[in-house]
Design a protein around this ligand. Structure first.
Ligand SMILES: *[C@@H]1O[C@H](CO)[C@@H](O)[C@H](O)[C@H]1NC(C)=O
Ligand SMILES: *[C@@H]1O[C@H](CO)[C@@H](O)[C@H](O)[C@H]1NC(C)=O
Length: 448
C-alpha cells in the first residue's frame, strides 16, 4: 500500500509537467507588433495593434503585467517613418530600462535594444515615446518592424532551482557615460540593472559564467553624431560577432546577439574594434548602449534543466550574401547547434519538439545597399527588418517568440525584396539565433 502511494507521488509531478493547463500558468512569452504607421505624442505608451504570439502572458493595454515572478528577457525594435526620428524607452514600472534612438536623413531608420529583468508579480514592462518628442513609426500589412517581445527564462521557486544551485543567472548593464575608445579595449557598462548569479563585473565590463551552460547575449550601442560604433563580442579570447553603426550627420544604432555554450569561469565581453575610434553615447537618463545575457539551460550531468532536451542554435555570415543567391539567407559559421536542428546548408531551423521558441536576427546591409529580411514560420510571414544607410552600412534587427509544432520550420527569407548583406571572416554582423523556451505537450493522450 505505501509502496503504491510512493510510486504515485513520484509519477504525478512528471505527468503534471507535461500537461498544458498547469504549465501555461507558469510559462509566459509574447511578441507584439505594429502593422500600420503609428504616430506617438510625447510620453505616449505604444499600444501595438497586432499579437504575434501570446502564451500565458497578460497584457493590459500595451503593458506587460508580470504574473509569474522570475527572470525575463525583453527585446524591442522600431523603424521610423521616412525622415522621422524615433526615440523610445522601455520602462519597468517607473524605472528606465533601455532607450533607442534612430534617424537617417530622408530615409527610414532602425533601432532596438534588450534587457534581462527580474520581475515580481504585478511589475509592469512597457514601451513609451520619450517625453520630449512626437514621432512616427512605419508599419504596414506584411511589414512588421516595430515589435516588443518578452519571455520568462526561469520562474522563481520552481523545481528548476533544484537542479542548479545557482538558480537563474542573468545580467543587464547599461552605459551612463559617454565613452571614446581607440585602443580596442573593453566597453564598460557601468550600471548593472540586473545581476542574478553575480556574473557581471561593472568595473571591467566582463561577464564570468558562474555555472556551465548555454547562454544568450545581446549588445546594442548608439554612436555619437557622425561617429562610428564598431563593437565586437568575445568569448574568452575568441571573436564571436560584431555590430557596426555610422550615419552621416546623425547618431547610429546597431546591435547583435549570440547563443554560446560557456564552461564555468569562461568570460564574455564587448570590445571596441582595434584601430578605430569608437565613440559611444551614454547618459544618466538615456540607456542606448547596453549589454545583457542569461543562462538558458544549465548543463547538469550532460542534460538541460529538468532533463529537458536542449535546443538552441546561433549562426553567422562570413561572406557577402544577396537575394540573387536564393530565397533564404544561408549562414556559414556555427556558434552553437544543440539538438542539431539548424540545417546550415539550407539556412532552415526545424523544431525537433513542439514548444515555444525565441528567435533573434540581425543583419548589416552592404555599403549604400538595402537589406530587407523577413522571418518565416513554415510559409507564414512573422516580421521583418530593414537596414539601409545612404553612403554607409545599414544595420537592422528583429526578434519573435513562436509556438511551433514538431517539424515546423523557421528561416530568414530575402526573396521578396532586393537585399545585399555584408560579412567577412572577422566581420560577423549578420546572425540568426534561436532556442527552445519550453516544450508544449502534444495533444496525444498520455499513455502509461
Ligand atoms: C490605453 O493606452 C492609451 C495609449 O497610451 C491611452 O490613451 C488610453 O487611455 C489607455 N486606455 C486605458 C483603458 O487605460
Ligand atoms: C554625453 O554627450 C552628450 C552630447 O555631447 C551630452 O549631451 C551628455 O550630457 C553627455 N553625457 C554625459 C554623462 O556626460
Amino acid at each position: 500500500m505505501s509502496a503504491m502511494w510512493i510510486s504515485i507521488l513520484l509519477i504525478v509531478p512528471i505527468v503534471v509537467q507535461s500537461q498544458d493547463p498547469l504549465s501555461s500558468q507558469i510559462q509566459s512569452a509574447f511578441t507584439k507588433g505594429q502593422t500600420t504607421n503609428l504616430h506617438l505624442t510625447k510620453g505616449e505608451q505604444l499600444p501595438f495593434n497586432t499579437k504575434i504570439t501570446a502564451i500565458g502572458s497578460n497584457f493590459d493595454n500595451g503593458t506587460f503585467v508580470c504574473q509569474t515572478p522570475g527572470l525575463y528577457s525583453f527585446t524591442f525594435y522600431g523603424l521610423t517613418e521616412k525622415n522621422w526620428e524615433l526615440w523610445l524607452e522601455m520602462m519597468k514600472n517607473d524605472e528606465l530600462i533601455a532607450s533607442i534612438y534612430a534617424y537617417t536623413y530622408a530615409d527610414y531608420a532602425d533601432a532596438g535594444n534588450a534587457a534581462i529583468l527580474h520581475l515580481n508579480a504585478g511589475d509592469r514592462v512597457y514601451l513609451k515615446a520619450h517625453d520630449d518628442y512626437d514621432q512616427t513609426l512605419y508599419g504596414a500589412d506584411g511589414e512588421i518592424y516595430t515589435t516588443f517581445t518578452g519571455e520568462l527564462l526561469f520562474a522563481d521557486d520552481t523545481e528548476l532551482d533544484a537542479v542548479n544551485s545557482y538558480g537563474a543567472v542573468g545580467f543587464s548593464a547599461v552605459m551612463t557615460l559617454n565613452a571614446s575608445i581607440s585602443d580596442g579595449s573593453a566597453v564598460i557598462y557601468d550600471k548593472a540593472i540586473t545581476n542574478l548569479g553575480s556574473g557581471y563585473d561593472a568595473t571591467t565590463g566582463t561577464f564570468t559564467a558562474p555555472v556551465e551552460g548555454t547562454y544568450v547575449f545581446h549588445f546594442h550601442a548608439l554612436s555619437h553624431s557622425d561617429e562610428e560604433a564598431w563593437l565586437e563580442l568575445f568569448h574568452n579570447t575568441q571573436y564571436v560577432v560584431a555590430s557596426y553603426g555610422y550615419t552621416s550627420g546623425s547618431y547610429a544604432d546597431s546591435g547583435n546577439s549570440a547563443v554560446i555554450h560557456l564552461k564555468r569561469g569562461d568570460t564574455v565581453k564587448v570590445k571596441a574594434r582595434p584601430g578605430t575610434d569608437v565613440k559611444l553615447y551614454g547618459d544618466m537618463d538615456e540607456y542606448y548602449t547596453t549589454f545583457c545575457g542569461a543562462l538558458l539551460s544549465p548543463t547538469v550531468h550532460g542534460q538541460g534543466h529538468g532533463g529537458q532536451q536542449e535546443v538552441a542554435f546561433s549562426v553567422g555570415l562570413t561572406h557577402n550574401e544577396g537575394s540573387s543567391n536564393g530565397p533564404k539567407v544561408v549562414f556559414d559559421r556555427v556558434f552553437s547547434n544543440l539538438g542539431q536542428s539548424f540545417d546550415i546548408n539550407t539556412g532552415t531551423f526545424t523544431a525537433p519538439v513542439s514548444g515555444v521558441y525565441a528567435f533573434h536576427y540581425h543583419v548589416l546591409a552592404q555599403s549604400g545597399q538595402e537589406a530587407w529580411v523577413e522571418l518565416y514560420h513554415n510559409y507564414v510571414y512573422v516580421n521583418s527588418l530593414y537596414g539601409h544607410t545612404s553612403g554607409s552600412y545599414g544595420p537592422g534587427s528583429n526578434s519573435a517568440v513562436l509556438e511551433l509544432v514538431a517539424g515546423d520550420t523557421v528561416y530568414l527569407d530575402i526573396k521578396h525584396h532586393t537585399s545585399f548583406l555584408y560579412g567577412g571572416g572577422d566581420e560577423v554582423y549578420s546572425t540568426f539565433s534561436g532556442y527552445l523556451l519550453f516544450p508544449v505537450a502534444s495533444h496525444h493522450p498520455v499513455v502509461g
